[in-house]
Design a protein around this ligand. Structure first.
Ligand code: HEM
Ligand code: HEM
Ligand code: NAG
Length: 387
């Protein structure tokens, strides 16, 4: 976080959504009466505090926890140093309902919104810095706003963040430590639309394309002759290949760093993308090195089959992982979508079971059925025995 980001946010004139991984998020902006409206999401369940400045001393802090009946208690505090902050003498902050445009991440244990005027002991400006801290241990008497809280288990200085833009404007998404995304969202769009587009592209690339492209390579060589290869190359090499690169690039450009970290989906997605490039290279090698007189299946062909089969399975798992990750951000995924995706995957599996038992074992075309261990496919679509 640095001044540059604060400036960027100002230029873009949008409310800020700043997250530290999946442990802490703050969304802040001002309402029409020029009050700051600040929403906090915390993954810790004891207490969470958000304050001005870059250290405890002199900070106007807003600490919150759950009371004995589950409601949120807001406790404005101030501290003279790294010691237990005391109740603030300033009575300008109050809890408000979280604006409906703000989604609560599924990992959040404490979420609340409060309002205060920009002016105060510490006046909020476009370049005010902030800190946060949290703990999983709740105060002993949670019904009192003056309750003593234990020391934080996690804390961080966030640097300058502009919380003075309209709370009704779209989110400017920032993450702690890395700065903002390479591109800012096109006007009228929200980040979840980027992720939905990524999801649809990847669904086509890793559920629909492999279903057809691999089915053809595995079962339809006989039926399609030379066309099986052209179709497989177009669907897998061009279709899956370009769509995957586009889908990953899309998130990369609009997501604030860090990239490819912190979840099996992001790490797995990158691994799938890289392995896919190797798979395409292996496919091209298998085609170029093909010789009708070969007497054994070369290793690069086998590597292409097995890497391809593995990628097909991983790709489908990553599609489900992506949907779960998307949901964990608090974005809704309709039941219809989940049912449709699962149903499609079910149909694909059924098609391969059918292919395996009805097409894979085509023995009535003696000598012409394609068993890669026994026969080699020639470019004119006919087969010659390998042994
Ligand atoms: C096999 C298919 C998929 C691959 C290879 C893939 C790949 C990736 C990669 C590499 C990232 C990390 C990008 C970065 O950190 O800059 C990512 C993030 C993400 N993907 Fe996917 N993805 C796939 C399918 C999906 C699907 C179907 C969804 C459903 C909506 C989805 C939702 C997400 C979400 C929510 C993120 C996190 C974005 C963030 O951290 O802000 N992905 N994906
Ligand atoms: C992400 C992209 C790709 C995936 C996931 C993929 C997957 C597969 C799979 C799983 C098989 C074996 C089918 C089976 O018997 O189980 C296969 C066969 C084959 N693929 Fe691909 N493929 C991809 C791209 C390509 C490309 C770009 C080419 C060529 C330029 C290619 C050329 C071939 C060839 C020649 C075979 C048949 C090998 C043989 O049966 O001797 N593939 N592919
Ligand atoms: C807990 O908080 C809720 C909402 O803030 C409030 O309505 C309720 O009275 C509080 N319960 C106690 C026991 O103080």
């Amino acid at each position: 976080m640095n001044i540059f980001i604060a400036l960027l946010a100002t230029l873009l004139c949008s409310r800020v959504r700043l997250c530290d991984g999946t442990t802490f998020c703050v969304v802040g902006g001002v309402d029409s009466a020029n009050n700051a409206i600040i929403t906090i999401h915390s993954a810790s369940q004891g207490w969470v505090g958000f304050g001005t400045g870059s250290r405890m001393a002199g900070s106007s802090m807003y600490v919150a926890w759950r009371n004995s009946t589950g409601g949120v208690v807001l406790s404005p505090r101030q501290a003279s140093g790294n010691i237990l902050p005391q109740i603030s003498s300033e009575r300008i902050a109050s809890l408000v309902a979280t604006p409906s445009s703000i989604t609560t991440p599924s990992w959040a244990k404490i979420s609340f919104s409060f309002k205060r005027p920009l002016a105060g002991i510490v006046t909020l400006t476009s370049s005010t810095s902030y800190i946060y801290a949290m703990s999983d241990s709740a105060p002993e008497n949670p019904d009192s706003p003056a309750a003593a809280i234990g020391i934080h288990s996690q804390r961080r200085s966030l640097g300058p963040v502009d919380m003075t833009q309209s709370i009704d404007s779209p989110d400017q998404i920032l993450s702690v430590g890395g700065g903002g995304p390479i591109l800012s969202l096109p006007s009228g769009t929200t980040y979840d639309m980027i992720l939905r587009t990524h999801g649809i592209i990847m669904f086509v690339a890793w559920v629909l394309c492999p279903a057809v492209g691999i089915f053809i390579a595995r079962y339809l060589k006989n039926a399609m002759g030379v066309w099986w290869f052209r179709a497989h190359f177009m669907i897998m090499g061009v279709g899956t290949g370009l769509l995957t690169i586009a889908g990953i690039t899309l998130v990369y450009l609009y997501k604030a760093p860090p990239h490819f970290d912190d979840s099996p989906h992001r790490v797995g997605g990158l691994v799938i993308g890289i392995a896919m490039v190797a798979q395409i290279v292996l496919g091209i090698v298998a085609d170029r090195m093909f010789s009708p007189t070969r007497t054994a299946v070369p290793w690069w062909d086998k590597a292409h089959w097995w890497l391809g089969r593995g990628l097909a399975v991983l790709g489908i798992l990553n599609v489900f992982g992506g949907i779960l990750l998307f949901q964990s951000f608090g974005y809704p995924v309709s039941l219809v979508i989940k049912v449709l995706v699962s149903f499609t995957v079910g149909v694909v599996v059924a098609a391969f079971v059918y292919g395996e038992f009805r097409l894979g074992q085509v023995h009535h075309m003696a000598g012409k059925s394609y068993d890669p261990e026994q026969t080699a496919l020639q470019s004119d679509g006919s087969y010659i025995p390998l042994h």
